[in-house]
Design a protein around this ligand. Structure first.
Ligand code: GFB
Length: 319
């Protein structure tokens, strides 16, 4: 059995990110009082020595590793070395330090882009390393695959209770709305909002609009992280012998349909057209969520509701 004491020290790496913030809120709501939090200027996770010192001094009992360099399709293309190198360093440093200091359980945040581009949909965890990756995010994907496999190796060789969650495309309050580096949902939310405010009659949508994406509200993802943190080890081992769990809402839609939904929530009928000079990326990446469903977790927030909440936040904070 695996029960988490409310007094246990829990280190949330990346607590200022989209997901990290929601994880902290969820942990606090569940009564955890002893959270360890460090900003990136207080602790640079890319450097091994300070990470080792931090673990030696603070001895966290649990770790949620949500720190990563992330970004949308163009940012991945422009900064491949950072997406590969920073993520490899962050993961390796934290995973080694967690193993050395005897962390009881660690949750590593993977991504659904680790799966091969042409893998059968919905994507099962067992599709890992069965084929070539999508080119636009191979750098990030290779780093995340290394993290997943490192968790498996540490479990196998040292008995570490390290679990990896493969998150589908996340969005939510506090997202990155910068048009050059963001993911599609916040980017298009901003574009449609600004078109409405400025009275413009056209929004430019990258690619063909045909790729399909699955979106998960960041607070739901945080809920899944804490759910897994609290799930007994024998139950996890039964459904996830490779200690991998996909997290998604189980439904996807095309980028074109996402535009229509955003128009409805934002309250604009501004037209949109497709910029075919921009990449489409992977055609589809719907995940099979049956492992988490078996354990008793499902995403509670509909896409429309999540977009409404995010738009409310965006209007209050970014306009
Ligand atoms: O969210 P996104 O940037 O990344 O793009 P991925 C998803 C789809 O939306 C692509 C299209 O087909 C984009 O061309 N799109 C349309 C736009 N308009 C826009 C726009 O204004 N901005 C953006 N950003 N996209 C990412 C990976 O892939 O998914 C990451 O690059 C990570 O590494 C993340 O895995 C979850 O879904 O294609």
């Amino acid at each position: 059995m695996h029960l988490v004491d409310p007094e246990a020290s829990i280190y949330v790496a990346g607590h200022n990110g989209l997901l990290g913030r929601s994880i902290v809120n969820k942990l606090r709501a569940n009564g955890y009082r002893n959270l360890l939090l460090r900003t990136s200027s207080e602790l640079d996770l890319r450097a091994q020595r300070p990470v080792n010192d931090f673990f030696a001094e603070n001895q966290p009992e649990y770790v949620i590793l949500a720190a990563a360099r992330v970004g949308g399709i163009l940012a991945n293309d422009q900064y491949p070395a950072d997406f590969l190198g920073d993520n490899l360093c962050i993961q390796n440093n934290v995973l080694q330090a967690a193993k050395n200091s005897g962390v009881k359980r660690l949750i590593f945040l993977g991504s659904t882009c680790i799966y091969p581009r042409e893998a059968p949909q919905p994507l099962k965890e067992t599709a890992l390393l069965t084929g070539p990756l999508e080119i636009t995010n191979r750098w990030y994907a290779v780093a995340k695959i290394a993290g997943v496999v490192q968790c498996q190796a540490l479990r196998r060789q040292h008995g570490c209770d390290f679990i990896t969650l493969m998150a589908t495309n996340l969005y939510g309050p506090g997202d990155n709305f910068d048009l050059a580096s963001s993911h599609v949902l916040p980017a298009l939310m901003r574009k449609f909002h600004e078109a409405r405010i400025r009275g413009e009659n056209r929004v430019s949508v990258w690619g063909s609009g045909k790729p399909r994406r699955e979106f998960l509200y960041s607070e739901d993802m945080a809920d899944a992280c804490v759910f897994v943190l609290e799930t007994p080890e024998d139950q996890l081992n039964r459904v996830a012998p490779d200690s991998m769990l996909n997290v998604g809402c189980g439904k996807d839609l095309s980028i074109r349909d996402l535009c229509v939904l955003l128009q409805e929530v934002i309250g604009t009928n501004c037209a949109f057209d497709f910029d075919l000079s921009k990449p489409d990326g992977t055609p589809r990446k719907l995940v099979d969520v049956s492992r988490l469903t078996q354990l008793g977790w499902q995403a509670p927030t509909s896409l429309r509701m999540g977009i409404q909440k995010t738009y409310t936040w965006y209007q209050a904070h970014c306009t």
